[in-house]
Design a protein around this ligand. Sequence first.
Ligand SMILES: [Zn+2]
Length: 259
Amino acid sequence: MSEAYLLWVRPLIFFITIILCLTAEILRPEFKHDYKSRVKTNILLLLFSILILKIAFPYGPYALTESTNSESSFLFLKSLPWYLDAIITILIFDLIIYWQHRLFHTIPWLWRFHEVHHSDKSMDLSMAVRFHPGEIVLSGLLKTVILMVLAPRLEVFLVYESILSSMAIFNHSNIHIPPRVERWLRYLIVTPQMHTPHHSPIKELTNSNYGNFLSIWDRLFKSFTNESNNSFGLDQVSKNQADSILHQLALPFQPRLKE
Ligand SMILES: [Zn+2]
């Protein structure tokens, strides 16, 4: 399989996930919500993120993955059988994403960037791409370091990237899952019902359920909640402010009375 062909895998899986989740959102939503004003802001933030990634990391993560070798990397997972490479890469990346997310909540200057993701007053799959470009650059830097340390196969990294983006779309989707199925599902993965408390304006709920793919990390590191939630956003950000792209881009740099 040529590399050029492989690079289509992630966008294709991403696109299929969006179509499936969007269909489920239309046919079986979990709660009523407003699409109109928010989605434009979320898509604009996605476009900003794509642009900033191209500027900040012109080399790109895939070329970086291809260029790693046994001298430049610490673990060099490429030398292991492919299934061990896959299991270790997915587990380590998912664990680091958990802690990255948790630190974005607990370190005040990081939270200022992450507030943009949390200021959305409703929840649907478009929220999965709503991030301040500053958070995107910081995530890109961390990803670069992990890739250099692990040096996984390109195919394995693409599988991980596909899981990351598909799970982000899925667990931000406003879709109803029968409670009996969902209860079992959340033993293994982060479901939309498990992720909704994380977007509550109530601080104790916001600071819980940080996981993206596997639900084990929240259980292991005592941030798991079984609470349910259908109110979203942050008290300190109004609906108009949340829907304004300019306000959201400026949000991390605005003076605050108190943190
Ligand atoms: Zn968060």
